[in-house]
Design a protein around this ligand. Structure first.
Ligand code: HBI
Ligand code: FE
Length: 283
């Protein structure tokens, strides 16, 4: 989470924290890193990831090789759902982040990881942000959910519940699972952009896999430095959007404000359990 104090944008960034992508400045080695990550993920995601993700890759023409030019990408995305991808220097303050989402702009880092960071890096790079997040923004229902999330964040920004709302983002947009018949599929960007977690999230016996419940998720802590201890499973993007739009968050915040946080690896008697985790896994 980034501080919410009214921090000024960094040198060279606009008031809304955007920067030029400067696509022409990428080196062959940087494009090659994208191709290496892209080939690894697209080689293992079919059958594992929600079909809408693969459809989005196709809609956005992301198989053309090299780091996508955000102008070309945004032109295709705009035609599909009115979204665009804009470059930012890195994590931006929540209020800035929500403002962009509410206006159908997804903020993406322009830098790409080094070979030493292949499987772990602190800040989201262009592969996480664009390969992970952009394809589902081409799906109309998911695109509506992301805008609704941004609008909800702007409403909540001044009420000190951003930490609770960030959990909703974390357990859906970043690390969500979705049902497909009686199977589970990946859709969270943090999973699909990670080789290790794309395997772990579906195949490993150690994490819980629990049916999505809005309040329960917003009470559940998460860790940012390891695979998830619990994953939450939605029935469909339509259901996720409907739950978000139909919920008056005021009483929800009041309700969960006093309630204790739930540990990342806990299972409640009220949980719809798909798989019960075995033990906290060693990273
Ligand atoms: N900034 N660039 C960027 N990307 C994010 O995913 C992001 C952010 N700032 C805040 C944020 N995510 C999280 O706090 C969300 O839960 C709001
Ligand atoms: Fe992300």
């Amino acid at each position: 989470m980034t501080g919410d104090c009214e921090t000024a944008p960094p040198q060279g960034a606009a008031a809304d924290w955007t920067v030029p992508q400067r696509w022409g400045d990428y080196t062959p080695a940087e494009h090659a890193m994208w191709d290496r990550l892209f080939a690894r993920q697209t080689g293992m995601l079919p059958g594992r990831v929600v079909p809408a993700f693969l459809q989005g890759l196709d809609t956005l023409g992301m198989s053309e090789g090299g780091i996508p030019d955000f102008e070309v990408l945004s032109d295709r995305l705009m035609k599909a759902t009115g979204w665009q991808v804009v470059a930012v220097p890195g994590l931006v303050p929540d209020r800035v982040f929500f403002e962009h989402l509410a206006n159908r702009r997804f903020v993406a880092g322009r830098f790409i990881r080094t070979p030493e960071q292949l499987d772990y890096l602190e800040e989201p790079d262009v592969f996480h942000d664009v390969f992970g997040h952009a394809p589902l923004l081409a799906n109309p229902v998911y695109a509506d959910y992301m805008q609704a999330y941004g609008e909800g964040g702007l409403r909540a920004a001044s009420t000190g519940v951003l930490g609770k709302l960030a959990r909703l983002y974390w357990y859906t947009v970043e690390f969500g699972l979705i049902r497909e018949g009686d199977a589970l599929r990946l859709y969270g960007a943090g999973i699909v952009s990670s080789f290790g977690e794309s395997v772990f999230a579906l195949d490993d016996p150690s994490p819980n896999r629990i049916g999505f419940d809005l309040k329960r998720v917003m009470r559940t802590r998460y860790r940012i430095d390891d695979y998830q201890q619990s994953y939450f499973v939605i029935d469909s993007f339509e259901d996720l959007l409907e739950q978000t739009l139909s919920t008056d968050f005021g009483p929800v915040y009041a309700d969960i404000f006093g309630a204790d946080d739930i540990a990342e690896d806990a299972i409640l008697a009220t949980d719809r359990v798909f798989t019960r985790g075995t033990q906290a896994h060693a990273r």
